[in-house]
Ligand binder design. Sequence first.
Ligand code: HEM
Ligand code: HEM
Length: 192
Amino acid sequence: MERRTTAISFVFFVSAIIIFILLQEKDMPLRMVDRATGLFAYLFIFLAILSSEYMMQMMKIFGTGFITIHHLLARIGISLMVIHPIAFAFEEKSISVFLPVLYPLKDFLELAGRPAFYLILIAVAAAVYRKHIIKKWKNFHYLNYLAFIMIFMHAWLIGTDLQYTIMKILWISMALIVFGVFVHKHLINSRS
Ligand code: HEM
Ligand code: HEM
């Protein structure tokens, strides 16, 4: 099968699993939005990171350059990521949900999505303004890896949908792949 079709089918397949699991437990509309946007933000941020592993192959696979695909995935991921806590803030009728909680460790890990939210915004801003202000923009862009692992913990610990084994497998697989991309780019490639 053509590689482009395989990649797109894979995204649809994972999305179908997420939607199926999401519909297992019906909640109030705002809570459904909060869950759905959180889950799909994770998927699209994952795909944005994964696309960076295939920078050279993008043109061959999708007929367009890395940055176009990377942007598209990032745009979808960030939009969903922004809606996710806003829906929760409406639910709680409080903007305090945007405040990071650093202590104790258990709360920090459960609510690690909060600091991760800001880390991604910084990482993305550094990339958007890379030509203008920040020389070492890539160092800031690497924050995406850290944020992803924090989001993994956050979802794992408090996600309604993460109680299902299939979702646990999906979530761990994505986190391991992101770890693999990091190791490949920075530990293996930088040595050779
Ligand atoms: C959710 C948002 C995003 C995520 C998770 C993300 C993640 C990543 C990751 C993991 C890399 C590989 C870095 C490395 O280890 O070398 C990368 C590369 C890159 N990203 Fe992003 N990114 C996002 C958004 C953006 C945006 C909005 C832009 C541009 C405006 C951008 C521009 C770039 C560029 C140019 C590279 C290639 C760097 C190089 O030449 O090695 N990214 N991104
Ligand atoms: C201010 C920032 C954030 C707040 C207040 C927040 C709040 C929440 C809450 C209350 C839940 C539990 C929902 C439930 O399952 O019932 C949750 C789960 C989740 N959050 Fe966040 N979050 C934040 C940041 C993030 C970020 C940046 C992401 C990035 C993708 C994210 C992804 C997720 C995921 C994947 C789940 C699991 C959803 C599920 O299992 O249904 N969160 N978040």
